[in-house]
Design a protein around this ligand. Structure first.
Ligand code: DAH
Length: 341
């Protein structure tokens, strides 16, 4: 075999191998190309190497040197292509990428069970014509106590039963008293009545704060649904109907409802509200007819208007409906718990 043919053959081999390695779209294709050109048994380089035996002995040295150069060049080309693919390459297609497989599902967050409950309660009460009102969580004693007929010496105002914000200064509204985290959503009754005239039909759902040690049924922060209905000739029958319709909608058909005599400074008469749930009476909150002193505090004429109010525990409602037995589960942030809702 002539030296020239041998050298041409080597050139051709080098450029074929280079093209094959450069064009390999993934590690599998590159490996196929490697076997084709560098395979120990039937690789094309091996074939050409075998031809060296047929070269005249005078040309063997030249042919051998060129053979080694080409071998190195092909090996280098392979390594460069491999490194390119390992680092992501400039190819659009990832190694091992299978476009027919389903994609990665992005993890979407979802709505906390208490927020779901608030939405549900809002929807039920909305159907009875109650619109949503809001109030601040940092309150002043006027809205949290005074206007609600809770006098200075009442135990509900005890510093040990409230989160007073000693450094927060005086109330923006009245300029007096230390601010506190509201202990009840009844504050919103006052704010709404101060800013509008009857008829009024509102609910207010939000956080309240009390320094209770956490256990299965207590948490220092929880939620209440406050309701307020003010018009002329409002009676306790109206109150009972609204709460019964609400309970039937939220807890299921035919929930029985019971009023027990009680006392709240801002209602007269006052009742505890129980629902019959799975065979036992459970207290869900308090209610009553608005006390004339409360109407007077917001500038309404108690002789002309009447109304009812109620306050229900949102966690209690949510827990009964979903069979949750420990309030702390709602606020532990444990996704295994939260994802069930
Ligand atoms: N604010 C009361 C509490 O936190 C609940 C309550 C009772 C609200 C009677 C009312 C009501 O509006 O009329 O214990």
């Amino acid at each position: 075999m002539s030296l020239q043919i041998f050298l041409d053959r080597l050139d051709q081999l080098q450029s074929d191998a280079q093209n094959a390695f450069d064009g390999a779209a993934g590690i599998d294709a590159l490996e196929d190309a490697r076997v084709t050109f560098l395979g120990a048994k039937n690789g094309q380089f091996k074939d050409v190497q075998k031809m060296l035996g047929g070269i005249d002995s005078a040309d063997k040295r030249t042919a051998g040197m060129r053979l080694n150069e080409v071998k190195k060049a092909i090996n280098d080309a392979f390594e460069t292509a491999q490194a390119q693919l390992d680092s992501g390459g400039d190819s659009q297609i990832e190694p091992g990428f299978d476009p027919s497989l389903p994609g990665h599902q992005p993890q979407l967050g979802h709505i906390h069970p208490i927020t779901q409950t608030i939405d549900h309660l809002t929807e039920i009460m909305g159907r009875m014509g109650f619109e949503v009102a809001e109030g601040p969580e940092v309150e002043d004693p006027f809205h949290n106590f005074v206007a609600l007929n809770i006098p200075e010496d009442h135990p509900a105002r005890d510093p040990l039963d409230n989160f007073y914000l000693a450094t927060a200064g005086k109330s923006a509204d009245t300029g007096e008293g230390d601010a506190l985290l509201r202990s009840q959503t009844s504050t919103v009754q006052i704010r709404v009545m101060q800013s509008r005239q009857p008829p009024i039909r509102i609910i207010s759902l939000g956080r309240v704060y009390r320094p209770d040690a956490p256990d299965a049924t207590h948490f220092p922060m929880f939620h209440q649904m406050e309701g307020l209905y003010v018009d002329t000739n409002v009676t306790m029958a109206n109150l009972k109907t609204v709460l019964r319709v609400f309970a039937n909608n939220y807890l299921g058909d035919d929930v029985e409802i019971r009023f027990r005599p009680s006392f709240f400074p801002f209602t007269e008469p006052s009742v505890e509200v129980d629902f019959l749930w799975n065979g036992s009476w459970i207290e869900f909150g308090g209610a009553g007819m608005i006390d004339p002193n409360v109407f007077a505090a917001v500038g309404y004429d108690p002789e002309k208007v009447s109304g009812f109010a109620f306050g229900l525990g949102v966690e209690r409602l949510c827990m009964r409906r979903h069979g949750i037995t420990d309030i702390r589960d709602l606020y532990s942030g444990d996704l295994r718990f939260l994802q069930q809702f």
